[in-house]
Write a protein that binds this ligand. Structure first.
Ligand code: F6P
Length: 541
């Protein structure tokens, strides 16, 4: 099915649509409306502006929105055919047009009996075949049936990958630490040798397994780290045959995996319709399986699927990812907010915002629309954040009293695994208090007539609250943000699934590396580049 209008009709720019114009008009009417006054006028405001789904609650009542705002935003979503694009994504249409690919990370969390067709093939048997392979491998490593080259069981696993082949699995392994297996699972991503050096420090080569995770199997950082790992292992075990017992690969590139020396039976494949930043649900999740067990990985998938079902079936005005996407657009495009803070009140989620930075900023950091035109409106925001309460003692000052409007997402789980209830009560009290303080502010009189102590207030936030941070809720949370980012990409009429913006730096780094080898600067280099290279040579000893 084509998503494009007939050739002769120019595709409307988002900000020329009547629904956008209506929002712009409404924005003016909202200028002096405070969130606090909206609460004062409506005792049911929380009831009206929250949604719950399978143990997860999304409170969006503390926003600069009325029922009319939400209706106008949903009208825009309808005009942009969000539902049609959503259905086409789930059906396997090639909605990643610049790369001619389907976008099917959702297929990875669907039941085996479902059918998802890509180029005439039902991909579900492949998906579940790989899951079977992952399960068998996980069980054999955990049960100590899988032995290292010298006959000892595996104790340490080192995942080597970067971007989507690192951030997602690392974030999940940290988030699900209470569900840990006996294995020590570590992650190496940076090409800085310090990373692999420090990560393998103290590891025993006889009991260490390396997972080389790379969709393309050509990424410079990952290949450099994998080579170093291979040398480290062979220096100790002194037998090329050891690679078969200490290296596995997760990739779409079978040829390159074999060329590296990893046998096909030790490769866990996935397909090009899984984007790197959406790949933790694929074979890329093998480190998660080893860290928390295959059962918990399956629960993570089930959580993702539960959110998929919600996204597919809930009406737009009750649809969590759609609501989050529309609120994001409201502030980005109508209130000049260029960043959002994502603030998990859970230490276990300490890598969640870093993971989200790639998911959101690599997806929607675009300025050319699907028709190849420079967009006439803002697109993806800057995403930042730290776990609460650490952020409160760092950058919250700016969110409360700075000159920028920064909408916040507070994320909290009620029940905990570690038994430290007093800490948990304090943590959640802080989270709820921050959202309240941002909204309420504090006037001049209450601030002792000291203008420095005034809080303007009227700063918007969303609160996502769930039962406990278990694999199911985590799966739901990740898929919630994935679909939010997807919806925003559709609204902004950009392709959220390519990432050409990371290419140029890679090419230039190669040129500079070869100039370093030769002792000069790349042809035509500017004086700063040449000067820095000369300084490198001078400092080098
Ligand atoms: O940063 C660019 C990128 O292509 C990401 O999209 C991807 O997740 C990462 O590099 C790693 O790629 P690969 O898995 O192919 O090594």
């Amino acid at each position: 099915m084509s998503s494009q209008p007939a050739r002769s009709m120019p595709f409307p720019m988002l900000n020329e649509r009547p629904e956008w114009v209506a929002l712009a008009k409404h924005r003016k009417a909202m200028e002096s409306v405070s969130i606090k006054s909206l609460f004062a006028q409506d005792a049911q405001r929380f009831d009206r502006f929250h949604v719950s789904h399978e143990g997860m609650l999304l409170d969006y009542s503390k926003h600069r929105v009325t029922a009319e705002t939400m209706t106008l935003l949903v009208n825009l979503a309808r005009a942009c055919d969000v539902e049609g694009w959503r259905d086409r994504m789930f059906e396997g249409d090639a909605i990643n047009e610049s790369e001619g690919r389907a976008v099917l990370h959702t297929a990875l969390r669907r039941p085996a009996a479902d059918k998802v067709m890509v180029d005439g093939e039902n991909v579900m048997p492949f998906v579940h075949g790989v899951l079977k392979q992952m399960k068998a491998f996980t069980e054999s490593v955990l049960s100590k049936q899988w032995k290292g080259h010298t006959g000892k069981p595996i104790e340490t696993v080192v995942n080597i990958g970067i971007g989507g082949s690192d951030l997602g699995p690392y974030m999940v392994c940290e988030a699900l630490k209470p569900f840990k297996t006996r294995l020590d699972v570590r992650f190496v991503s940076n090409v800085d040798g310090a990373h692999i050096h420090e990560t393998v420090k103290g590891c025993d080569p006889e009991t260490t397994l390396f997972i080389v995770a790379s969709k393309t199997f050509t990424t410079q950082e990952t290949m450099a780290n994998a080579d170093t790992a291979k040398k480290w292992l062979l220096a100790a075990l002194k037998d090329q045959a050891a690679i078969a017992k200490h290296f596995v690969a997760l990739s779409t590139n079978e040829k390159a995996v074999q060329a590296f020396g990893i046998a096909p039976e030790n490769m866990f494949p996935f397909r090009d319709w899984v984007g790197g930043r959406y790949s933790l649900w694929s074979a890329i999740g093998l480190s998660i399986c080893l860290a928390v067990g295959f059962d918990n990985f399956e629960k993570l998938l089930a959580g993702g699927h539960a959110m998929d079902r919600h996204f597919q079936t809930a009406p737009l005005d009750k649809n969590m990812p759609v609501i989050m996407a529309l609120l994001g657009l409201w502030y980005r495009n109508f209130w000049n907010a260029d960043s959002i803070a994502v603030l998990p009140y859970s230490q276990y989620l300490h890598r969640f915002t870093a993971f989200l930075q790639q998911m959101d900023m690599e997806s929607n950091g675009k300025s050319v629309d699907r028709q190849g035109r420079r967009v006439g409106y803002e697109t993806g925001p800057i995403v930042f954040g730290e776990p609460g309460t650490n952020g409160q003692h760092a950058f919250y000052q700016l969110i409360h009293q700075g000159t920028s409007l920064i909408p916040c997402d507070f994320i909290g789980a009620v029940n905990i695994e570690n038994g430290l209830q007093e800490h948990q009560r304090m943590l959640l009290a802080n989270m709820i208090a921050q959202a309240q303080a941002l909204m309420d502010g504090r006037g001049l009189a209450a601030s002792g007539n000291d203008p420095q102590k005034v809080f303007e207030g009227n700063r918007p936030s969303t609160t996502i609250l769930f039962d406990r941070l278990d694999p199911i809720r985590l799966g739901m949370l990740i898929a919630l943000y994935e679909h939010k980012v997807f919806v925003q990409g559709i609204l902004w009429n950009i392709n959220s699934f390519d990432q050409w913006g990371v290419e140029l730096g890679k090419v230039l780094a190669k040129n500079i590396l070869s100039a370093m080898d030769k002792g000069g600067a790349p042809d035509g280099a500017d004086s700063s580049t040449a000067g820095l290279l000369a300084a490198l040579r001078k400092f080098h000893h």
